[in-house]
Ligand binder design. Structure first.
Ligand code: AMP
Ligand code: ZN
Length: 484
């Protein structure tokens, strides 16, 4: 086995060596349960599933923990979020706790809101054929562990208290900023300056461990510092330690978590325990919508429900994600999803026909080697899909062996290739195919403009393998023709 992964912490592609031979320990930052996840969030969670399946395919036993953030945290407007990234601003400063806001709008309690979105999230994992994590701890069920960790930090001198909160004192943690490569001095002049914060806070990067004196907050617990509730970051440190110990093997999340949330997790765990939190940090790049940002106010924060309502099989969305490397930005358009749906349907048809005519025989070693090489190269799923298409079009190999190999690859892909054809009623029309091709050609233009040549190569490959389309770059822009 030679799985290599690009570790955000070292900025290098490293050969993966688990800490224990028996089990690989993985922690994924999970959803905040006050609303439906967007297709952007689902990109992160499907990536987590692909990572788990790849590790399993490579012969490892995996323990996967994904937290559920069910403590209400602070509102930031989308503009503020854009300027500052996720932060730790209080309700009083910037309006309402997000869970409380949903509760008020729907006439439910915060607990009912959280439960509703947890159930919805788990159902979403199931329809996207993600294996359920081994543990999905809720932050509200682990208040004692969070308080205990804050006490450890306090005993070791890493905290201070103001009228509003117990803070982590980032100046005391020398390695603060290692993950993002940002120096603490730079954070001083960061964009967060223009957001009003606690006047008694020592440094802009200091973050809340426990909030106090916020009497209108619906969720609160007793603590040594007074009634209140935990800051957001501490739940991940406390719960990963509780279920995986420290250090554990792999931690994941979207790139937006690097600079604040994960930096803070590292600071808390390592200051409290005196050992590294985790060995390998993996971050998925963002999904964009129509080449730009997604947001509620923009009306493009599509959810899984939107996908299903439009008539798509949810696994077409899963297939869509597989087409971009997790470290590349990916562009969501309805046309591109339509293209994924066409290709996904074709693949299911190929396997369904094989299943009708033959029994699975032995896995083909040449294709299996190519597939393994792709997934073990920092989870290069677009490359792996390209192997899948080469195999499915190969007329020289034995049908039973082809079937066995496709079903074997599906242990990683998770496309339920053994479940038969996709009904015609689902959105996969040929007009969709034409626009899908154009959407992919356009995305390739964008990728090249951004000098993301890996992504532009992936798109060229995808166009050829899935649609038989060849793109030529001419002086007047790209031209495409069908070769098959
Ligand atoms: P949240 O519920 O906001 O904490 O997000 C859940 C996960 O989705 C986190 O790992 C985020 O980093 C990730 N995420 C948020 N937006 C996007 C996006 N547009 N594309 C990919 N991942 C995202
Ligand atoms: Zn986290």
């Amino acid at each position: 086995m030679a799985l290599s992964l690009v570790n955000t912490l070292t900025r290098r592609k490293e050969l993966f060596k688990p800490l224990r031979s028996s089990q690989v320990t993985v922690y994924n930052c999970g959803p905040t349960v006050y609303d439906f996840p967007t297709v952007g969030n689902w990109r992160a969670f499907v990536f987590d599933d692909i990572l788990k399946r790849t590790l399993q395919y490579s012969g490892y036993q995996v323990k996967q923990v994904m937290n559920l953030t069910d403590v209400g945290h602070m509102t930031m407007t989308e503009e503020q979020k854009l300027q500052t990234g996720p932060s730790d601003i209080t309700d009083n400063e910037l309006g309402e706790d997000r869970l409380e806001k949903t509760a008020r709008k729907t006439g439910k309690t915060v607990w009912e809101v959280a439960q509703f979105y947890i159930d919805d999230f788990v159902a979403g994992l199931v329809v996207l054929n993600c294996e359920l994590p081994d543990v999905m701890p809720r932050a509200t069920d682990h208040i004692a562990q969070q308080i205990a960790m804050i006490q450890q930090l306090e005993t070791k001198g890493y905290t201070y208290i103001t009228k509003q909160a117990v803070y982590f004192d980032t100046a005391k943690f020398a390695r603060y900023g290692e993950l993002s490569g940002q120096k603490l001095e730079d954070k001083l002049v960061g964009a967060r300056e223009d957001v009003h914060v606690d006047p008694d806070k020592h440094h802009p990067a200091d973050f809340r461990l426990w909030q106090i004196n916020q009497p209108n907050h619906a969720m609160e617990w007793e603590s040594p510092w007074g009634k209140g509730f935990p800051g957001w970051h501490i739940e991940c440190s406390a719960m990963s330690t509780a279920y995986l110990g420290a250090p554990f093997d792999i931690h994941t999340g979207g790139v937006d978590h690097i600079a604040v949330h994960h930096e803070n997790e590292i600071a808390q765990t390592e200051a409290a325990l005196g050992v590294p939190m985790c060995r390998v940090w993996l971050h998925n790049e963002f999904l964009q919508i129509d080449g730009g940002r997604m947001g509620k106010s923009l009306g493009n924060a599509y959810t899984l429900q939107d996908i299903i309502q439009k008539g798509f099989n949810p696994l077409a969305l899963r297939y869509f994600y597989l087409n971009a490397h997790y470290r590349s930005k990916q562009n969501f358009t309805w046309e591109a999803l339509g293209g994924a749906a066409v290709a996904f349907k074709k693949l299911r048809k190929i396997t369904a026909e094989l299943m009708a005519s033959t029994m699975p025989a032995t896995v083909l070693p040449v294709y299996a080697d190519r597939f393994v090489t792709a997934i073990e190269d920092d989870l290069n799923l677009p490359q792996a899909l390209s192997v899948v298409w080469d195999l499915s079009k190969d007329g020289q190999v034995d049908a039973g062996a082809k079937l066995a190999t496709l079903l074997d690859f599906d242990r990683v892909l998770g496309l339920q290739l053994d479940k038969g054809e996709i009904p015609d009623a689902q959105v996969t029309s040929s007009t969709g195919e034409q626009t899908a091709i154009e959407a992919l050609v356009q995305e390739r233009v964008e990728a090249r403009r951004n000098k993301d040549f890996r992504r532009s190569d992936e798109l060229r490959d995808q166009l050829f393998k899935e649609f038989g389309v060849v793109v030529e770059d001419t002086a007047t822009g790209p031209k495409w023709v069908r070769k098959s």
